[in-house]
Design a protein around this ligand. Structure first.
Ligand code: GDP
Ligand code: MG
Length: 435
């Protein structure tokens, strides 16, 4: 795949701007590369058509080659298609109910154990595992062993051959034992089968789960799409769990499934160890589909170029003393996308040094975000317009105390003063500013 993409982008090297001809060739190569990564043909075609439209419309900005721009567009599209932001996992209710469904061998039981172990370590969560695989006594044993390993209780009824009543009894048990999350591990078949679907659908009807997770083996490639479709039509599941990503699968299944059923991929499983439950990161998966090595570097370079353009714009605003709340919020969101608040802050000219030794958690900024979000667009663009009366309203809207808003205003003002001072310095001496 990497080689394919590499040659696709080589075609674009040296071209000054994107034109219809070089796009057509590149798109053809990208499509072939996606199909190689197990992406369904129809999906690969639709996907590349979309990329083509975007590429034609976009101008090549300074210092970025058409090839880099195409890589960036492909990657952005992949990320967007696979969910953009992380998906929520709903555990409200007492008990909350999570139903696990999928084919036999897909990794349901292993994932149930991982999920239980993960939840057990969360504050205020106390899970109960339920063995609702009524066909194989060994399946009950497997879950019991897992439960013991992770220290989570397992509910089972060896003589009961009705998955619905097992699930219902388990919920009663959870209530009486103060367990607030019930994870129901169901039976799977080797192929899609009406009896199995009906059984899981009946359990769903009876227990009204918060989450229905469809577990699928990422190594099954094209088949995974058909399986996902069949389960979704019957169960209308809330999310996908992609397992066995530790194998050499190229991840095409993730793209195809997301595209076909339009449901978020909520977790990925990459290994048999029970203490490794991973949240799904579209960025990482896009990287994987695009391949490693040179392409990754290309993508990163393209990203860096874009960030630089943005930084330049911001720099201009700072120079003119026009840095406002919206800019602040944009920067916050940018940082959050990168996953690390500290890195983000470091990008704000002058801030890098100031925060080097400070411990900043993502949560620290939630309040700030809420405050800016409850400002009107006018207020965001005109920090000086925020009178005491407005501060009251903003505090209420953000669910914060007036004192919090005041404190943030003060901080923001200090930041602006610092920027102003920097602007008065001779150009070469500005900390964090280039050129
Ligand atoms: P179930 O039939 O859907 O309950 O699937 P199991 O949880 O029993 O898993 C089937 C097999 O796949 C077992 O041998 C597991 O150890 C293995 N397995 C499950 N998840 C993963 C994973 O993420 N990576 C790898 N390498 N193996 C896995
Ligand atoms: Mg099982």
């Amino acid at each position: 795949l990497t080689e394919r993409l590499e040659s696709a982008f080589k075609n674009l090297k040296g071209e000054a701007r994107i034109n219809d001809l070089n796009i057509a060739n590149t798109v053809k190569d990208i499509r072939r590369a996606l199909i190689d990564a197990d992406v369904n043909y129809k999906i690969a075609k639709e996907f590349t058509d979309r990329v083509k439209d975007k590429a034609v419309g976009s101008k090549v900005i300074n210092a970025i080659s058409p090839g880099q721009l195409m890589v960036k567009i492909v990657k952005d599209e992949l990320v967007e298609l696979m969910g953009g932001e992380e998906a929520e996992f709903n555990t409200t209710g007492n008990p909350a109910v999570v139903l696990i469904a999928g084919l036999q061998g897909s990794g349901k039981t292993t994932f149930s154990g991982k999920l239980a172990s993960y939840l057990k370590n969360q504050k205020g969560k106390s899970p109960l595992l339920v063995a609702a695989d009524i066909y194989r006594p060994a399946a009950i044993d497997q879950l019991m062993v897992l439960g013991e390993q992770i220290g989570v209780d397992v509910y089972s009824e060896r003589e009961n051959k009705d998955a619905v009543s097992i699930a219902q009894n388990a919920i009663k048990e959870a209530k009486s034992k103060n367990k607030n999350i019930v994870i129901i591990d169901t039976a799977g078949r080797l192929a899609i089968d009406e009896a199995m679907m009906a059984e899981v659908a009946n359990v769903k009807e009876a227990v009204k789960p918060n989450e229905i997770l469809f577990v699928v083996d990422s190594m099954t490639g094209q088949d995974a799409v058909n399986t996902a479709k069949a389960f979704n039509e019957r169960l209308d599941f809330t999310g996908v769990v992609l397992t066995k990503l530790d194998g050499d699968t190229r991840g095409g299944a993730a793209l195809s499934i997301k595209y076909t059923v339009q449901k978020p991929i909520k977790f990925v499983s990459s290994g048999e160890k029970l203490d490794t439950l991973d949240v799904f990161y579209p960025e990482r998966m896009a990287q994987r589909i695009l391949g490693m090595g040179d392409i990754t570097t290309l993508v990163e370079k393209a990203q860096a170029q874009f960030d630089e353009e943005q930084a330049k714009k911001l720099e201009k605003k700072i120079r003119k003393n026009q840095f406002d709340f919206q800019d602040f919020l944009d920067q916050l969101q940018q940082i959050k996308k990168m996953g690390n608040i500290k890195d983000l802050m470091g990008m704000i000219p002058g801030m890098g040094k100031a925060i080097k030794d400070v411990d900043i958690s993502d949560d620290a900024f939630k309040g700030v975000e809420a405050i800016i979000n409850s400002m009107t667009p006018y207020e965001r663009a005109n920090p000086d317009s925020i009178t005491p009366g407005r501060r009251n309203r903003i505090a209420k809207g953000a669910g914060k105390q007036l004192a919090d808003v005041n404190a943030f205003m003060k901080q923001f003002e200090q930041m602006r003063q610092m920027m102003k001072m920097m602007n008065k310095m001779p150009m070469g001496k500005m900390p964090g500013m280039r050129k």
